[in-house]
Design a binder for this molecule. Structure first.
Ligand SMILES: Nc1ncnc2c1ncn2[C@@H]1O[C@H](COP(=O)(O)OP(=O)(O)OP(=O)(O)O)[C@@H](O)[C@H]1O
Length: 274
């Protein structure tokens, strides 16, 4: 396993929803590390804390106790503005039901978030269309989400998630709404984002079809890690050195000491983290 400061690290995280008699402990001291170049699967029964954990890893929530560090930057104590900047710069989210904007065309769904982070319209459209071509959707650029199949919608959602070139992809049940063929296609895309592009990919899923695609599995129950398995696929030395070079390129290109854009240097950046 490649050791790098660009990992996503959760240390002894505790999070309880509500207070007093309404207190619901969701995480009771979870620690894990997700590394560039690997796919990490988080599994566990309903209510075990998976989504909450993913939200901590995506800077959407902060733990009550413990620490989360995303590619070298701790989230603890950051203002809402900086947490938002961290999400915009470093995280790509993929959801079970795609979360696409129904009134926007496929390319606009990708371009809209680029607009928010300040990319000019022409560049955003170019980037969106290049990603659509990469994901086999070039001829669907002007379609609205309702005109796309489930598999096409999820590919579009993944394209949107990586448009800003984040080093971390977090996916909550990304294949649950898809049939076998489309589920496998999306799983392979997510795997490629880790293995070929040196990103961190973390999946929360009950889908057993994903298992051959993942490097490590963590099972949580009742807010605690109860099992850790992997690596299911030991990496060859050649793959390790390719990955190390990719991760180094991403770090060098980012210029801010974190995992950044190497594979996709045209990707946008916002600078409000400092
Ligand atoms: N906003 C909330 N307010 C109060 N309790 C919550 C909230 N969100 C989650 N919980 C509780 O926290 C615990 C963990 O929930 P979480 O959604 O993280 O579990 P999960 O493993 O993702 O579940 P599922 O597989 O059903 O989506 C559960 O007991 C849940 O009821």
């Amino acid at each position: 396993m490649i050791q790098t400061p660009e990992s996503l690290i959760v240390e002894d995280a505790v999070l309880t929803y509500g207070k007093g008699e309404f207190a619901t402990p969701a995480l009771r001291g979870v620690s894990l590390t997700a590394k560039p170049g690997e796919v990490l699967l988080i599994r566990g029964p309903s209510g075990s804390g998976k989504t909450t954990l993913l939200q901590l890893m995506g800077a959407m929530k902060e733990p009550d106790k413990g620490k989360v560090s995303i590619c070298g930057t701790p989230t603890t104590g950051l203002s809402q503005k900086r947490l938002r900047a961290m999400r915009l710069n470093r995280i790509g989210f993929v959801f079970q039901f795609f979360n696409l904007l129904s009134s926007l065309r496929a390319w606009e769904n990708i371009a809209a978030p680029l607009d928010i982070i300040g990319m000019d319209r022409g560049a955003a459209e170019k980037r969106a269309k290049a990603l659509l071509a990469e994901f086999g959707l070039a001829d669907r650029a002007d379609h609205f989400p309702k005109q796309l199949s489930g598999g096409q919608r999820q590919r579009l959602a993944v394209a949107r998630a990586i448009a800003h070139d984040p080093p971390v992809i977090l996916a909550d049940e990304p294949t649950a709404a898809l049939d076998t063929e489309n589920g496998q296609a999306v799983a392979q895309i997510l795997r490629d984002l880790a293995v070929k592009e040196g990103r961190i990919v973390v999946l929360v899923s009950h889908d057993h079809r994903l298992e051959p695609m993942v490097d490590r599995e963590i099972t949580i129950e009742d807010g605690r890690v109860v099992e850790e398995r992997g690596p299911a696929r030991p990496k060859s030395n050649a793959l390790r050195s390719t990955l190390s070079a990719l991760i180094e390129a991403r770090r060098a290109a980012s210029g801010d000491g974190r995992g950044g854009s190497g594979a996709r240097q045209e990707g946008p950046r916002i600078s409000s983290l400092s």
